[in-house]
Design a protein around this ligand. Structure first.
Ligand code: SF4
Ligand code: MG
Length: 336
């Protein structure tokens, strides 16, 4: 089946202005040539540390700005070049849930008006009775009491507000929802509830999700596939099980080493990376991870590694996988 979303060689470079004449003095290479696709009904998690460009990817798909290069294709239609005037049907099909449930809901609107807005904007209710029926259904869908629609955002907890944010996204009857750190601001127990809700909704409604998160632990139990970003590039893409069981990129390995393991005694060996993430204004040559990689060798400083399959569904961008297996510390065959 054709993917609901296809992103090809996407680049977003933000110009930096300065100097006496206020000219362009450089660029922030926020997203620098990434490709991925999401199947209908699939969850793809985009993970990486803050500043790696993952939110910029979400914004590019939402057409919140023009991209620098590449293509964004939604259900077979290229949307990055569509003029704003013809974007409306596409806008309905991709919705977003933001990180902060406290600032993303208009405090001066009752829940019913917050939810009615997309329904009216996109012409999704035939009349007022139909609208009321749809509002009640949305409350059921996100597991809030039906009378919640008459209340104001400030009357709800963070987790409940995030349910309202999800209901607002669902009100537009989208095919794809982008969750940008949608549970990051919530307490641990509430996080799990919202993740479970998203997972249930995805199954019930056949939604595709682009789940953007800095936290691998959150995606471990809910995603189909994971794409790991580092400094504007995707460094690894794999099905969930394969990624968590046997990461093939040293950066993923380090991120994963910080994820707690539920069984006692099964703790992963913690890998502490040296230094900070370099600036996306002047990314390192060759492999962008070479300044922090525990396995760096000469080729890494000059030659940029491309995403290549390490097994049929698993790809990684690392020169180690060009070495004979006995010299590759990330190979299953490596001697211990
Ligand atoms: Fe490390 Fe080299 Fe692989 Fe980059 S290409 S992740 S520097 S071993
Ligand atoms: Mg972000």
């Amino acid at each position: 089946p054709k993917p609901i979303l296809q992103v090809d060689d996407l680049k977003k470079h933000f110009p930096l202005r300065g100097g006496l004449l206020g000219g362009v003095t450089g660029h922030v290479y926020a997203v620098d040539g990434i490709s991925f696709e999401i199947a209908k009904g699939e969850t793809l998690s985009l993970v990486g540390e803050s500043g790696c460009g993952k939110s910029t990817v979400g914004k590019a798909v939402l057409r919140l700005f023009d991209i620098t290069a590449g293509q964004v294709v939604l259900d077979g239609t290229r949307i990055d070049t569509l003029p704003q005037s013809t974007l409306r049907p596409m806008r309905r099909r991709v919705q977003v849930v933001f990180q902060d449930p406290f600032s993303s809901l208009n405090p001066r609107m009752r829940v019913k008006d917050i939810l009615a807005e997309p329904i009216r904007n996109f012409g999704l209710a035939k009349n007022n009775a139909d609208l009321d029926r749809r509002l009640a259904e949305l409350m059921d869908t996100v597991r809030l009491p039906r009378d919640a629609i008459t209340r104001w955002p400030h009357e709800f907890s963070g987790g409940q507000r995030q349910r309202i944010g999800i209901a607002r996204a669902l009100a537009a009857e989208p095919d794809l929802i982008i969750c940008d750190e949608a549970v990051s601001a919530l307490d641990v127990s509430v996080k799990a509830q919202i993740v479970n809700l998203l997972q249930d909704l995805q199954k019930e409604l056949g939604l595709a999700l682009l789940f953007i998160s800095h936290d691998l632990a959150i995606v471990e139990h809910m995603t189909h596939r994971v794409a790991v970003m580092y400094l504007g590039k995707i460094v690894e893409v794999a099905p969930r099980r394969s990624l968590f069981a046997a990461p093939k990129h040293p950066y993923t390995q380090a991120l994963l080493s910080a994820v707690p393991v539920p069984q006692p005694g099964a703790a992963r060996q913690r890998i502490i990376l040296k230094g900070d993430v370099p600036s996306p204004i002047n990314p390192p040559s060759g492999c962008r991870f070479h300044t922090r990689c525990p396995y760096v060798f000469d080729r890494c400083r000059v030659d940029e590694p491309l995403l290549k399959p390490t097994s049929p569904a698993h790809t990684a961008a690392c020169h180690l996988h060009d070495l004979p297996p006995e010299q590759n510390p990330l190979s299953a065959d490596a001697s211990p």
